[in-house]
Ligand binder design. Structure first.
Ligand code: GLA
Length: 382
């Protein structure tokens, strides 16, 4: 049975009627460009092969019913009229926020069953996979006039306004706009994007994801603090967003050391995205992006201060074992790292093993490692 059939069957069992279709949306890993999205900057994500599938069917009783094959299997159900930020909460808030954004087009309500293989809480955008699969489903069913860019906004609003997680548009854009075989070079200010071919295997390379198993959550704490610090730095510098700071020299106008370091991360990170894109567009050896990724990690660790001992240990062990580059990914405070490594089995295996060994030595739980092939964005499966 395919993953789509599994979702279809589970929907039919839970709701007593077949869904109108099954849609899938992937998680993402960002090659470079971390925390730049809410500073109007640049990002370069790829979609993971891992997806969330949403089986969806309209109802006639004015209710929203949500079920997940993960967790306790309970159905979350409420009247469409009762939808409000925080109601429902938990995982159900993400799809509910998307439904809420289109409630006028769904007078009879809707049932949604989701199933996922995107690691949750690993900094790999399981939440965007969830919102974007439902957004694409609902647009196919009741709002075909919406563009993918509109769906990015719909999914973002669900996270920001309904769930209360102050994220940018990196994850939703990756999930909806990425194409197989390419990274998505996105200017988050103009919203223009370009597919940058990324055939690492042809260059004898592999992009490993190491999930440290340490969880992060955006709705509380550090992520929002960083966002506020960036806004404050931009205000002091008199620019609309840190994207507009031309170079690090301009940061000497900031007296506050913390704000200066936060802003320096954003300025240097935007430059790193442009550098990586330049290399990937050229005939240069893609290995040369490795040190740029590692610089990105140092910047997130020292200037942005969102890394963790586990992520630092992972990056250090990978580089010691001969990786070309490594960095933490996503919002920070836990989650995953990416490692650029030669594809030959010995080297990739040795790097993964070195990370495992370092974790064992430090007494950390064993990390989960997998190799990423840039995969397709959200799509209809059935
Ligand atoms: C999270 C957010 C994104 C982005 C990244 C950091 O994944 O959801 O919007 O800010 O962190 O790059």
């Amino acid at each position: 049975m395919t993953a789509a059939e599994r979702a279809q069957q589970a929907f039919t069992e839970r709701f007593g009627t077949a869904p109108e279709g099954v849609w899938a949306a992937p998680g993402r890993v960002n090659v470079i460009g971390e925390h730049t999205d809410y500073n109007d900057g640049f990002v370069l994500p790829v979609a993971l092969p891992h997806t969330t599938r949403a089986a969806v069917g309209r109802r006639t009783d004015g209710r929203l019913a949500l079920a997940s094959l993960q967790g306790d299997g309970a159905v979350v159900a409420l009247a469409m009229a009762d939808l409000a930020p925080g109601r429902p909460d938990g995982w159900a808030g993400y799809p509910a926020g998307v439904v809420d954004g289109l409630r006028d087009l769904l007078p009879g309500g809707v049932s949604v069953l989701v199933d996922t293989d995107v690691p949750v809480g690993a900094g790999l955008s399981s939440s965007a996979a969830l919102t974007c699969s439902v957004a694409l489903a609902l647009s196919d069913l009741v709002a075909p006039h919406l563009t993918r860019a509109d769906l990015v906004e719909l999914a973002r609003r669900s996270e920001n306004d309904f769930v209360g997680a102050p994220t940018g548009i990196l994850d939703q854009s990756a999930s909806l706009l990425c194409e197989a075989g390419s990274a998505l070079f996105l200017d988050t200010r103009s919203r223009t994007s370009e597919q940058v071919p990324l055939d690492l295997a042809a260059a004898g390379l592999e992009l490993l994801v190491v999930d440290t198993g340490t969880s992060h959550t955006h709705a509380d704490g550090g992520y929002g603090d960083r966002r506020r610090e960036c806004e404050e730095a931009a205000m002091h510098l008199g620019v609309p967003a840190l994207r507009d700071v031309p170079d690090v020299a301009a940061l000497s106008a900031l007296d506050d050391d913390v704000l200066r370091r936060r802003a320096r991360h954003i300025v240097t990170e935007n430059a790193r995205v442009l550098e990586v894109v330049r290399v990937l567009r050229s005939d240069a050896d893609p290995r040369t992006i490795g040190p740029v990724l590692s610089e990105g990690h140092a910047s997130l660790r020292d200037d942005f201060e969102i890394s963790t001992p586990e992520l630092d240990a992972c990056v250090a062990a990978a580089l010691d074992a001969g990786a070309h580059g490594a960095r933490m990914v996503g919002g920070g405070f836990g989650g995953s790292a990416v490692v650029l490594v030669d594809r030959d089995r010995d080297r990739a295996g040795a790097v993964a093993q070195a990370v495992q060994k370092r974790f064992a030595k430090e007494g950390y739980a064993a990390p989960r490692t997998f190799d990423v092939v840039p995969s397709a964005g959200a799509r209809r499966l059935l």
